[in-house]
Design a protein around this ligand. Sequence first.
Ligand SMILES: Nc1ncnc2c1ncn2[C@@H]1O[C@H](COP(=O)(O)OP(=O)(O)OP(=O)(O)O)[C@@H](O)[C@H]1O
Ligand SMILES: [Mg+2]
Length: 319
Amino acid sequence: MGCFCCFSSNESNVDRRRNGSRRSAQPPAYPPRNDHNNMAPQPENCKPRPRPESNDNKDARDHKEAANGSSNVIAAQTFTFRELAMATKNFRRECLIGEGGFGRVYKGKLDKGGQVVAVKQLDRNGLQGNREFIVEVLMLSLLHHQNLVNLVGYCADGDQRLLVYEYMPKGSLEDHLLDLTPEQKPLDWFSRMKIALGAAKGLEYLHDKATPPVIYRDLKSSNILLDKFFNAKLSDFGLAKLGPVGEKLHVSSRVMGTYGYCAPEYQITGQITVKSDVYSFGVVFLELITGKRVIDTTRQNNEQNLVAWVTNLTLLSSS
Ligand SMILES: Nc1ncnc2c1ncn2[C@@H]1O[C@H](COP(=O)(O)OP(=O)(O)OP(=O)(O)O)[C@@H](O)[C@H]1O
Ligand SMILES: [Mg+2]
C-alpha cells in the first residue's frame, strides 16, 4: 500500500462536530409559522415528540424491490474488514476526517487499484443503524448522477458495517461555510452559487428523473460534499425514501431528519413529499448567502433560528 497524506487540519472539524449531534431521529415539532417571534430554539437532542409508528420498517424492503426491478443497478464492491483496516492504516486517528451520527469517517487508500476513498464506519453504539446502512447501499446502487456521491462499496463482515465512498477532497459545504476559523477564507460568491446549482441538480435528478422519485430527507450543508473544483455532490442516503407513485402526493413516515432543515409541515403531519426536500434546499440556500448556521444557540434569542430571523426581517421590511 502506497503512502498518502491525511489531513491533520481536519482535526478541528472533527472536534467541532463532536460538540453537537446534528441529526435527531425525531426533531422537535416546529412551532406554527405565525409564531416565529416566540420560537424558542430547541437543542437538537431534545426529547422527540412521539409519532405513530409508520411504514418506515418497510423502507429497506421497498428499496430492495425497486433495485431488483431496475436495469440501472451498478453493484457496489464488497470489502473485507481487513481490507478497509489496511486502507485506513487501522483506522488511525490521523486518517480521521469527520464524524457524524452514523460514525466516524476516515480517509483511506485501497490496496487494490490504489483509489483514495472515504470510509465511514458505523458506530455500533450509535443511534443510526443497520436499516440506514442497507438503504444507503441500495439507494446508491440504484442512483447515479454527477451530483450524487459515488458509493465504491461496503463491508458487512460479521457485525461490522462500513461504507466506502469516492473521496471528496474539499470535504463538506459546512467545512467551508460555517464556524470558520480566522485563517479560513470565506467562499466566494461564484463558488456558493456553483454549489447551490450542483445541489439543485442532484435534487432534480432524485425528484424528477429517478423512477420512482426519491425523497432525500437529509439535505443539509454537512451532506453536500465538494470535489477539488467545488462541484457539489449529495451524500448520505440512509434516510431516503421512495416517493409517492400514481395519484398519491405524499408518503407517510416517522419524522426523521435534522432539526432546522426539516420542513415544518412534515414535522407536524409526518407526511413527506418532494417539496420537503425543497424546503431543506431553501434552508441551505439561506446558509449559503448568509454564512450563518440555521440553528445557533450562541446567537441572541430572536436570531437563533435563521429561518425565523429572516422571516421576521422580511415581514418588517414589507410592513
Ligand atoms: N466521501 C467523503 N469524502 C470526504 N469527506 C467526507 C466524505 N464523507 C464524509 N466526509 C466528511 O466527514 C464528515 C462527517 O460526515 P457524516 O456524513 O458522517 O456526518 P454529518 O453529515 O456531519 O452528520 P450526520 O450523521 O448527522 O448526517 C463530513 O462533514 C465530511 O467533512
Ligand atoms: Mg453526512
